[in-house]
Design a protein around this ligand. Structure first.
Ligand code: NDP
Length: 336
């Protein structure tokens, strides 16, 4: 249950566990579904929904109700002609063991063609919203060319790990930043990044980027904003592109930090573009086909951080803002 609107960094006590009974054989409202939730996704954008702000692309959470987020679920009872009992689906569901999904909300659910070579939970990461963000942001916003120099921040996370691998498959030189030694090793040893560094150990981010990109950066895929974005602006090449995917370093500040080096956009003719993955949904089928095929051919790998049980969800969500997750943060609510 989401207890109420917050300031600052989310805490476990901003959410609480509640117990109530649900009748599995109850009469459902017309065209609705009863779902058993198997996996729930912890995503940074959910922090924005904990603020009483109605001007965003998604409304705030409703206090005293269950949180909502992406999930992978099994249909238990269906009164909806598009789904039948036993189907696996992904889409918005509640942070609860079972959810009743109204006809309006059922429209955004996607039936999963369950391929036993791909874990079902990957529909929250590699083949879900974060993977699609990497795909749309990299190919559509960054307009990459083979041989270009690419920098990715929060590079070991749900989005970043795929951006780096797509860039490598595209023939780019790729450097990632992340917040621990373990993550830096993962980037270099398992995810195929050419280089990686721990930004928490760098006193001067500008100097760090100059060390890794002496010739400058063509593409910066920005997941964090703040000081890293400012430093990247100083190190972009002429006609570079910055895809502004997220600003997690700013999401808990009531007074976000200003960016000092924006004039670089002018004299280096840099294109900096914010984007939302939802603007590119027409590309989703192509994405599913291409990325599933890369995965099954062993051309890409994907790391998840799986927590067990709904009761572990608040800590897992809070952990995103402390860099606790290594890879895509998922909660297993029930076994398939
Ligand atoms: P991650 O799996 O990368 O998890 C968040 C990570 O962010 C943490 O593990 C941590 O890694 C890093 N982080 C946390 N706090 C800070 C901080 N203060 N400064 C720098 N890094 C920090 O999340 P996602 O891959 O799901 O999301 C990455 C970004 O993409 C987010 O900003 C998110 O909002 C955005 N996004 C945007 C979408 C769009 O449509 N535009 C869609 C989906 C996501 P570390 O240990 O490396 O610090």
């Amino acid at each position: 249950i989401f207890k109420g609107y917050i300031d600052g960094v989310p805490k476990q006590t901003d959410m609480e566990l509640n117990f109530s009974n649900i009748q599995l054989n109850q009469q459902l409202p017309p065209q609705s579904l009863l779902l058993k939730n198997l996996y729930l996704s912890c995503d940074p954008y959910m922090r924005g929904r904990m603020r009483d702000f109605h001007g965003s692309y998604i409304p705030p959470f409703v206090p005293s109700q269950a949180l909502e987020g992406f999930g992978v679920s099994k249909v238990i009872v269906s009164d909806n002609p598009n789904f039948k009992a036993g189907d696996f689906i992904s889409g918005f569901t509640g942070w609860e063991e079972y959810s009743i999904i109204s006809i309006a909300k059922a429209q955004q659910l996607r039936k999963i063609e369950h391929d036993h070579h791909i874990p079902l939970s990957f529909h929250l990461g590699l083949l879900g919203m974060p993977g699609f963000t990497a795909y749309a942001g990299f190919y559509e916003v960054c307009a990459p060319k083979s041989g270009e120099y690419v920098f990715v921040s929060a590079a070991s996370g749900a989005v970043g790990q795929l951006v780096g691998q797509l860039a490598k498959l595209h023939g780019c030189y790729v450097v990632g930043s992340a917040g621990s030694k373990e993550k830096v090793e993962l980037l270099k040893e398992k995810l195929g990044f050419d280089e990686a560094f721990n930004y928490k150990e760098e006193l001067d981010l500008d100097a760090a980027l100059k060390r890794y990109f002496p010739q400058g950066i063509d593409i910066y895929f920005d997941n964090v904003g703040g000081d890293m974005l400012d430093a990247a602006l100083l190190n972009m090449k002429i006609h570079g592109r910055i895809a502004v995917c997220g600003m997690i370093s700013q999401s808990n500040l009531s007074d976000p930090k200003g960016i000092s080096n924006l004039s670089s956009l002018i004299y280096k003719r840099i294109r900096m573009e914010g984007f939302l993955q939802s603007d590119y949904l027409h590309l989703f089928p192509k994405f599913l086909e291409q990325v599933s095929s890369y995965y099954k051919q062993g051309k890409i790998v994907y790391f998840e951080d799986m927590n067990e049980g709904l009761e572990s969800a608040p800590a897992a969500f809070v952990g995103l803002f402390h860099g606790k997750n290594v890879g895509k943060q998922v909660i297993r609510v029930a076994h398939e």
